[in-house]
Design a protein around this ligand. Structure first.
Ligand code: NAD
Ligand code: DAU
Length: 356
């Protein structure tokens, strides 16, 4: 297949493209606006492949998308482009509505125009895969219960509401226009090339810099962590073998409280980077409780039974091994870190954490 991947310079999109180029024979057209979160360096050697092409484009640009479809004639779309950080959506929701909701609508319409011009044989094989999040389900009260594909939508933040809206658009384009869509809703990813505004890379880099490790509220919120390469494998499995019109939840069966995650990173740093920054006796001394996120979801946990039963996908990485690899990756890749922690990044951290 030739696959049009949106958001391929981001954290998960770049892992998907690295996997597609190294482990399959598919070709990739990466459509990315290169926002603060997009970084072509995350593609590594995949970007040198003859099966890779890049189009610098905003997904709200309908004529631009028409040109990309016309020139590349893809067999499938994997849609990952989004504004993805909950805290940013609280400080400024407009960009989230624009990219996640309007952008998905524009992309669906461009895809439909292209799809309707394909032969019946190519239409039969064509897929539009929308990559979404477990946050559309809201949060779980207490330690029991899991999100299934039937859990009603109840998003809490501007980010998750915009993703929920985009899921609804995708289902409508299936039901009304017959577009062969697939939807996946995944739990929290972690791993290499994760932008350091998110919890795990933020904690690793702050600890190494001798800065406060901010824990929101009481640190008792629970997330279900999945190593990003397991997610990339799941996405390709769904694209290749999923049933059009179906939704698949993806998760790692790795529930941890935020405070546990922060403490575990500190322990790994004691082992992997024992030379502390000046004035720091132990990394865990830097843990600092800060004001909670407004509307903070308490617990997410995914029932990934459907994708295991129907598509034979299971995560391969344990949280222990995945977190160790992740900490080691950030220690070994100071150039990547330097490339993303630009002026714009420093402005964000000053804005978000300065007052604490
Ligand atoms: P990210 O923020 O790291 O990357 C987003 C990418 O999209 C960037 O390369 C950015 O430049 C690009 N982009 C943003 N706006 C664009 C636009 N208007 N036009 C074209 N490109 C644009 O995000 P991520 O963490 O890799 O998430 C990818 C997708 O997976 C998102 O849809 C997100 O909702 C979903 N998801 C993320 C997680 C997670 O834990 N990170 C979990 C489940 C689902
Ligand atoms: O569940 C999937 C979602 O996971 C994705 O859809 C989102 O795109 C992705 O960003 C992620 O959302 P979270 O809000 O769960 O991730 P984040 O890394 O921002 O926060 C993880 C938890 O850690 C959350 O409970 C908030 C908390 N936190 C986060 C930061 C940045 C802190 O305690 N301190 C922090 O400084």
């Amino acid at each position: 297949m030739k696959i049009l991947v949106t958001g391929g310079a981001g954290f998960i999109g770049s892992a998907v493209i690295r996997y597609l180029i190294s482990e399959t024979n598919h070709s990739v057209v990466n459509v990315d606006k290169l926002t603060y979160a997009g970084n072509l360096a995350s593609l590594g050697e995949a970007a040198q492949s003859e099966r890779y092409a890049f189009e610098h484009l905003d997904i709200v640009d309908a004529p631009g998308l028409d040109g990309v479809f016309r020139n590349h004639q893809p067999d499938a779309v994997m849609h990952l482009a989004a504004e993805s950080h909950v805290d940013r959506s609280i400080h400024g929701p407009a960009e989230f509505i624009q990219t996640n909701l309007v952008g998905t609508g524009v992309l669906l319409e461009a895809t439909r125009r292209y799809f309707e011009g394909l032969s019946a044989e190519r239409q039969n094989k064509f897929r539009f895969h929308h990559v979404s999040t477990d946050e559309v389900y809201g949060d779980l009260d207490g330690p029991d219960g899991l999100f299934t594909e039937e859990t009603p939508y109840a998003p809490s933040s501007p980010y998750s509401a915009s993703k929920a809206g985009s899921d609804h658009l995708v289902r409508a384009w299936h039901r009304t226009f017959g577009l062969p869509v697939l939807i996946t809703n995944c739990s929290n990813n972690y791993g290499p090339c994760h932008f350091p505004e998110k919890l795990i890379p933020l904690i690793i880099l702050n600890a190494r810099a001798g800065q406060a490790l901010p824990v929101y509220g009481d640190g008792g919120q629970v997330r279900d962590w999945l190593y990003v390469e397991d997610h990339a494998r799941a996405l390709v499995r769904v694209l290749e073998s999923g049933q059009p019109g179906e939704t698949y939840n993806i998760g790692g069966h790795n529930e941890h409280r935020n405070l546990e995650v922060v403490e575990r990173i500190c322990e790994l740093l004691e082992e992997l980077a024992p030379e502390h920054p000046a004035g720091v006796a132990r990394y865990s001394d830097l843990i600092t409780y800060v004001k909670d996120r407004p509307g903070h979801d308490r617990r997410y946990a995914i029932d990934a039974g459907k994708i295991a039963r129907e598509l034979d996908w299971r995560p391969q990485e344990s949280f222990e091994s995945g977190l160790r690899k992740t900490v080691a990756w950030y220690l070994d890749n100071p150039d990547w870190v330097k490339g993303v922690t630009s002026g714009a990044y420093r402005e964000w951290t000053a804005h978000q954490y300065g007052k604490h």
